[in-house]
Structure formats: structure tokens, C-alpha cells
Design a binder for this molecule. Sequence first.
Ligand SMILES: [Zn+2]
Length: 216
Amino acid sequence: MNIVIFGPPGAGKGTQSEFIVKKFNLFKLSTGDLLREEINKKTPLGLKITSIVNSGTLVSDEIINSLIENIVSNNDYKKKIIFDGYPRNLSQAENLNKLLFKYNQKIDIVIRLKVSLNIIKKRITGRVVCSKCGKIYNEFFNPVPDNETCCEKKFLQKRDDDNIDVAIKRFETYEKSTEPVIEYYKKMNLVKDVNGEIDIESIYTKINDYLSVIEG
Ligand SMILES: [Zn+2]
């Protein structure tokens, strides 16, 4: 089974991917990891990537696609890949489809974690940390319990709100760029929406149900 997972920044996509990888014994393909690995290995391609990154330009789709082909063509990972953060645009999605076809594979399911901007904002702005013990709370979703002896109000620290603008920008970029990709997969009847606003366990149960049907 090959999976694509989508979710806005702050939706807990990373956590869910980890669960899925463990349960279904998959290879998590993240383009960031692939790029870093290539750079570290100092392969000819890695050196090329290093110079591109140093010059401040974006790594081309062509390079990304060739890194992806390395994984897709590897028999160890055959039909065992979860694509996380890829494809980012329509041309990458089309290319991925061709690549998978070439190696007698396909995408079996596309999981989309849905979280509203409002919730993402609250997750960020409600975040408080106890400066005494380091525990993390959220004023909206996970407030300090009444009987908590350590984390008194005077110890609770809020982060600066300047993160919120960055978060909004990233959310909007995500929505805008993934929309055509989601549409593409919808036409192939692959998209399953999962409510990402419930607790981590319940989200995982939902995803697990969908994947078990395919794997079964
Ligand atoms: Zn505390």
C-alpha cells in the first residue's frame, strides 16, 4: 500500500505518519529528508543540491523527482511508501503517478487531515509553558488542572504572538498549493478526509480504519 498524507502545518501530520509507519511497516518519504541525506552523502547530486541551496534558489522538480525515483524503484520499499509533504503541486502529482506506474505501483489512498485555521491559531496562541517543570498546556484545549501543585499562574509563560502571522501565511500557502493536488486525487477517488481537530488517538483510529480496509 502506498499512501499520501496531507495536512496543514500544525495539524499533527508528523505524529500520525509515525504511527502509520510503525503499524504498517512503511517507508516515510519526505523530500526534506531525501535532500538532507543526499547532501550528507556528498554524492555528485548531493554536491549539486548543496550549491543550489547555498545560492538560495529552490531545488527543481527534476531533482526532487529523481530522488523520489530512487526510492520508488527500490524493491525494499515497493508498495510500502507513505508520501509526507509530497507531491506539493500538480506537476509533481502527475509525475509521481507516472513514476509509480513505471514500477508497477500506484497510490492507494490519500489521507487529508482537516484542521481549520481557527483551531491552528488557538493551538499556537493558547500555548503556555510552565517555567518550573517545562510542562506544556493550552488555555483552550488543555488548561492547567485545578489541583496542579507545580504549575502556578506565576510560572506559566506564553510565547510571543509573532508566530501567529507566520502560521497564518503557512496555512494559506498550504491551502492554495494543495488544492489542485487534492482535486487531482479526488478525480481518482482516492481522497479520505479525516477530522484533525479531535484528539490524537481518535484521529489515528480513523486513519487506521481506512488503511486496514486496503491492507485487509
Ligand atoms: Zn510546572
